[in-house]
Design a protein around this ligand. Structure first.
Ligand code: GLU
Length: 477
């Protein structure tokens, strides 16, 4: 049997790294076994859904290269099926109407000191009028046991599961039933999802089995379940949407490569045999749910960043330049990061940038760092880091002596990195200073800051005229 898996996100917020991991594990499982990957958007929470979140999910999956075989289907297109399931369960005697208010339930729960619905309406024979909720009658005794492909055997005693609402008084069918009805319809064989949904699973299994027993309902095999370990932060706490950097979109924005992201996400609860750095084909070939860990997985941004740097360094200079394009030469109508480069679009010179690539490729961990490193090539006026200017030039007479002497030498010599190096070294020596000391004012004058790509190569790229003009402008300042 080839698997049919699905990714079923709710479009109620940014695409979370946890959702990205879930989608990847489903995709890997399908691709490694000739299976089918179904994309279903669970858009029935009309108050929290937004079109832009749905677009965000699709563009994030596309960016990660997680292609789907069916869909995207919308849960909202399937409401008739959800209601038909409610009717079948009602006819089968699995549901009862309940007119308890939230306040009544809370008061009784507090008095009893026991969570969950107390079964108050079970025997009351509340009429099924439109305002009453419908609850599923959970068997009093016994257990529901799941053979989870990740967590092993998990048992849920029925006495701990309160009778739960399947449809609210307003006619809204709640997510657990809608979700399983859609899974039945799509003939899903494996439900691979986050551990946060584990508590919902026994209820879904009970409803699934009940539906199979309802007259007139075609029985469907129960899927296998695999609940993926929780993602935690450095404090070993569940990742927080507010406090932790969990929006996948922000990693794209900062210039992480999709291949690095996929590789990193694959490590969240699993690891390929041949080491952690593994390409997509290896991940597909090796991935198995049986090897996924039960323990929480640490979402380690430092490790992700390190891995991204490694991926960046495996690119050829041409590939690197190509990958930088949205950051250095964004194109209207195409995807681009949230902040534009700090130069006029017309000032960008692709050929000059290509020559600068070897200077920056080894120095960045993400593509978003590139514009600041090469900005000096594409701006007319350097924007100075004031602290750096003051310490290297403004407040340092020796810095100014160096600049004046350098300007003169720069007018005479061959303008190539090794020659520039030797000229500045000789100049420094004449003043009894280390080369480092002579480099600082030149770097600040030319690039505005004290840190950046190697100085002499940078000077060569910028060219004699522009270098000298900047040295003089800094002296005048
Ligand atoms: N729509 C659910 C969610 O985003 C996922 C349900 C599932 O995977 O079963 O939490």
């Amino acid at each position: 049997m080839t698997p049919r898996v699905r990714f079923a996100p709710s479009p109620t917020g940014f695409f979370h790294v946890g959702s990205a991991r879930t989608s990847l594990f489903n995709w890997l499982y399908a691709r490694g076994r000739g299976g089918t990957f179904v994309l279903r958007i669970e858009d029935t929470d009309t108050e929290r859904n937004r079109d832009e979140w749905r677009e965000g999910i699709l563009s994030a999956l596309t960016w990660l290269g997680l292609d789907w075989d069916e869909g995207p289907t919308l849960q909202s297109a399937n409401l008739a099926d959800h209601h038909a399931a409610v009717e079948a369960l009602w006819e089968g005697g699995y549901l009862y109407a309940c007119d308890c208010t939230r306040e009544q339930i809370d008061a009784r729960t507090a008095a009893a000191g026991r969570p969950g619905y107390d079964g108050h309406c079970r025997q009351r024979g509340v009429a099924r009028d439109p305002a009453a909720a419908l609850r599923f009658r959970v068997p009093d005794e016994g257990v529901t046991t799941i053979e989870d492909l990740v967590r092993g055997t998990v048992s849920f005693p029925h006495e701990a599961i309160g009778d739960f609402v399947v449809m609210r008084g307003n006619g809204v069918v709640l997510y657990p039933l809608a979700n399983l009805v859609d899974d039945r319809r799509a003939r899903i064989t494996h439900v691979i999802r986050g551990e946060d949904l584990l508590p919902t699973t026994p209820r879904q299994v009970l409803m699934w089995q009940a539906l199979n027993a309802c007259p007139g309902v075609e029985p469907v095999d129960l899927p296998a379940y695999a609940h993926l370990p929780m993602l935690v932060n450095e404090q070993r706490k569940k990742l927080s949407k507010r406090k932790d950097p969990v929006a996948l979109e922000s990693y794209r924005d900062q210039g992480y490569l999709p291949e690095a992201m996929v590789n990193y996400l694959a490590l969240l609860g699993w690891s390929p045999r041949g080491g952690e750095v593994a390409d997509r084909a290896t991940l597909v070939a090796e991935f198995d749910l049986a090897q996924v860990s039960k323990s929480p997985a640490f979402f380690d941004v430092k490790k992700l960043t390190h891995l991204n740097g490694e991926y960046l360094r495996t690119l050829s200079p041409e590939q690197f330049a190509q990958a930088c394009q949205p950051w250095v030469a964004p194109v209207e109508g195409e995807w681009r990061p949230s902040s534009p480069p700090p130069w006029e679009p017309s000032a960008f010179d692709a050929e000059l940038f290509a020559r600068a690539v070897p200077l920056v490729q080894t120095r960045v961990a993400a593509l978003g760092e590139v514009p600041a490193l090469v900005a000096f090539l594409f701006v007319d006026d350097v924007s100075f880091d004031e602290g750096a200017f003051a310490s290297a030039i403004g407040g340092d007479p020796i810095g100014r002596v160096i600049l004046a002497a350098a300007d003169e030498r720069f007018g005479e010599i061959d303008f190539r990195a090794p020659v520039l190096h030797d000229a500045l070294a000789t100049l420094a020596e004449g003043l009894g200073l280390p080369l480092r000391r002579a480099q600082a004012p030149v770097r600040v004058a030319v690039t505005g800051t004290k840190v950046g790509p190697p100085l002499f190569e940078s000077l060569e790229l910028l060219g004699r005229e522009r270098v000298r003009a900047r040295v003089r402008a800094a002296l005048a300042r």
